[in-house]
Ligand binder design. Structure first.
Ligand code: CP3
Length: 354
């Protein structure tokens, strides 16, 4: 394997010294880029991009061609796992994800298979190895999965939801059934992420997009416990290097101390907490990734630069910060504004290192 030319992202996740703060963006390959929209039109639809490794590689590389990003992220989706469990994922234009089969009863959950990463999700593993070859050591490649709780919400609701009515009812009416579902998902996520690591992913992120919607007690029992279990089952070293693990619970700011105890190397932060305060709360345990409000990118470059400077100053001197948005970049953002954001991180952060 080619040696990494730029490893500041991996170093920052392990709280090792870097020259400038590394930066990438959640959803960096996506609809705000005209070249992404062109590739999607060529492939036909979103899932065809994901299922064809050469298309997945093409769109993964697009933001790296435009911007001096410090990491690439596998182009795929968190819903590949429920799809591989036989739920029948499809995307209705403008409507978000949908499933042909919905999980409603204990019997439905008992019947769910645990997908084999190679056999059932081989297209993802092929995408990872194709992208690694194409990157040729330029920057590290991030693999990812959804958290069991977040995946469960889509499987039980049959798609996106505002209130998680069915999932919450199942959690409180049939906690044993919910635990069985989450346990199957934790096993599936562990083998899926280990498959990605073996195929060449150099760090992995678990997206717990909907964990912050739970009560404090339910978060511990139904989301964090399963992420902890996954982290303890992951391959943590490959190709002679540590493989850092990032946990991102959106709206998890109230629970940072306990998330920092789950065994991961880094926590992703949304924009609702102050990153300097978060740093003091988690201490030396973990690195932090975040946390600019993605809607700042609707403002002009001067305002974007000021917000980058404010977040860097709040984190302060020293290592252990990966700059990112607090959630995914949105389709309406001007690609020039994304460029101003990324360049500002490198320009303003040198003073906080060395
Ligand atoms: O970050 C990256 O660039 C990698 C690619 C990536 C996608 N989805 C591509 C995608 C990643 C990491 C995801 C994760 C994902 N998918 C999450 C967790 C992260 C988060 O945003 O909280 C969730 C909840 C999903 C499920 C999902 N996929 C939804 C709800 C939607 C539709 C929402 C929307 O923005 O329309 C998707 C579709 C999706 N996944 C798109 C992309 C680029 C847009 C599809 C398109 O091109 O039409």
């Amino acid at each position: 394997m080619t040696a990494l030319k730029n490893d500041r992202f991996l170093r920052a996740l392990l709280k090792q010294p870097v020259d400038v703060t590394p930066v990438w963006m959640m959803r960096q390959a996506g609809r705000y880029l005209p070249e992404y929209r062109a590739s999607r039109a060529k492939a036909g639809d979103f899932m065809s991009l994901c299922k064809n490794p050469s298309f997945a590689c093409e769109v993964t590389m697009q933001p790296l061609e435009r911007y001096p990003l410090d990491a690439a992220i596998l182009f795929s989706d968190i819903l590949t796992i429920p799809d591989a469990m036989g739920q029948g994922l499809y995307f209705e234009t403008g409507e978000g994800p949908r499933f042909r089969k919905v999980v409603s009863t204990l019997a439905d959950i008992e019947a769910l298979p645990i997908p084999d990463a190679q056999k059932d999700l081989g297209y993802v593993m092929d995408a990872v190895s194709t992208i690694r070859r194409e990157l040729n050591g330029r920057v590290p490649l991030i693999g990812f999965s959804g958290s069991p709780w977040t995946l469960a919400t889509y499987m039980v609701e049959g798609g996106s939801s505002k209130d998680f009515r069915k999932t919450k009812a199942m959690l409180y009416d049939q906690p044993q059934a919910m635990h069985l579902l989450l346990d199957k998902l934790a096993q599936s996520v562990t083998s899926y992420l280990n498959g990605q690591i073996m195929a060449g992913a150099q760090a992995v992120q678990i997206f717990d997009t909907w964990g912050g919607n739970l009560s404090a007690a339910a978060y511990q029992e139904f989301s964090l416990a399963y992420m902890r279990k996954i982290v303890s089952g992951l391959i943590r070293e490959h190709e002679g290097r540590k493989v850092p693990v990032i946990l991102f619970t959106k709206n998890g700011g109230l629970w940072l101390e306990s998330i920092a105890d789950a065994g991961a190397d880094a926590l992703g932060l949304d924009w609702t907490c102050d990153i300097g305060e978060a740093r003091r709360r988690v201490g030396q345990k973990v690195a932090l990734q975040g946390n600019m409000d993605p809607t700042v990118l609707y403002a002009k470059p001067e305002a974007i630069r000021a917000e980058v400077a404010r977040i860097l100053a709040s984190y302060g001197q020293g290592d252990g910060h990966v700059f990112n948005l607090g959630h995914g970049i949105t389709p309406e953002v001007d690609p020039e504004h994304a460029g101003a954001f990324i360049r500002a991180v490198h320009e303003f952060s040198a003073q906080y290192h060395g």
